[in-house]
Design a binder for this molecule. Structure first.
Ligand code: TRP
Length: 343
């Protein structure tokens, strides 16, 4: 699949696009592993970031939570440094071109390809494990909507984790099929697998940090100081050095990784001490806790200001409308190409 020839008609207004589901709250694993990278990418690229509330409807949910979480996620991303002066920030459902393109792409997508998606298999299994029986068609066609999210901005790069590789491959396939059949409109978007720190659970450092593991496993990005310190204090380390064949044990390695990711504290020095057998874990934990308190209290303050500002609801609507202009421009090319009328 070759990238289409570039002429002036292939200039797009967005280089990088990524999206996040509006979950209840971000944790430091989401921050160091994804959001901090999104923030940094703004220095190099024209970026667009979306809160995909329609995707969140594919798993059991409450309407009121969805509404509240989408609004809060908007504030959270701004507090983390997604800068609306430089980047587009939108709520997916406020840009209806996503769902329009989703339908068009759905007819270009093979049923068999969707049935091979591992995220679909995992999530439908999860519904079963939780005692549910209802697996929606929305969950099945989720990757087509994701392809529409990416293609409706005609974006070139998508920063995502490895778990999204299969969805990106599907997106490239759909873009290619569309271009072949109806004329070149889309870039074939590439995943951007930036090396980002992988933060593990504090209570079980062999597992990736995740809220679903339980309260003591993660540190919320806006967590209060007292509970944050308590969680770091009880984080799993090791007794008397690394297990056989390892340079560093998972628990200590994770704490050092967090320290390094935060850019504060001296992780390299502490690793040396660890290897020499002289590192005091109370010191390491103190340093990690101080670092995280500094990070989260700054973010919490900014988040509070944004959430309390009378302008937040306006900003959600206005910024989404601004992002929508790119999506409208794309659909002005897509509609005639596929044989449906323009307004
Ligand atoms: N499926 C992605 C996830 O689970 C979220 C997502 C939806 C997304 N649409 C996207 C990511 C478009 C990148 C681009 O994390």
């Amino acid at each position: 699949m070759a990238e289409p020839e570039t002429d002036s008609s292939m200039e797009s207004q967005v280089d990088v696009l990524s999206c996040v589901q509006p979950t209840a709250q971000l944790h430091i694993g989401n921050y160091f592993g994804a959001v901090a990278n999104w923030v940094a990418l703004q220095d190099q690229y024209r970026c667009a970031y979306g809160i995909v509330d329609l995707h969140a409807m594919t798993m059991p949910y409450e309407a009121e939570d969805l509404r509240r979480n989408s609004r809060a996620m908007f504030a959270d991303l701004m507090a983390c440094g997604i800068d609306p002066e430089r980047s587009d920030l939108f709520v997916q459902s406020l840009v209806p071109e996503h769902t329009e393109l989703y339908w068009i792409l759905g007819s270009l997508c093979a049923y068999g390809d969707l049935s091979r998606m591992t995220q679909f298999k995992d999530k439908s299994a999860l519904i079963g494990e939780r005692g549910g029986k209802f697996v929606s068609a929305g969950l099945f066609t989720y990757p087509v909507l994701q392809a529409a999210d990416i293609l409706v901005y005609r974006s070139k790069f998508v920063p995502v984790g490895k778990d999204q590789e299969q969805h990106l491959e599907l997106t490239r396939g759909l873009a290619h099929r569309f271009n072949e059949r109806f004329g070149t409109v889309f870039h074939l978007p590439k995943p951007l697998f930036t090396e980002t720190p992988k933060v593990m659970s504090l209570a079980d450092p062999t597992k990736k940090m995740s809220k679903s593991l339980g309260e003591k496993h993660y540190v919320g990005l806006f967590e209060e100081e007292a509970s944050l310190r308590a969680k770091v204090k009880t984080a799993v380390t090791d007794s008397g050095g690394p297990p056989q064949g390892m340079e560093v044990s998972p628990g200590v390695g994770n704490l050092l990784e967090i320290l390094k990711a935060s850019g504060r504290g001296d992780a390299a020095q502490m690793l040396e001490e660890y290897k020499a057998g002289t590192l005091k874990y109370s010191l390491l934990k103190g340093s990690v806790a101080d670092t995280l308190v500094e990070l989260t209290s700054g973010l919490r303050e900014r988040r509070r200001e944004i959430l309390e500002s009378a302008d937040l609801d306006r900003a959600v609507v206005d910024l989404s409308a601004r992002a929508r202009t790119h999506a409208i421009a794309t659909m002005e090319r897509v509609r005639p190409a596929v044989g449906i009328p323009m307004e």
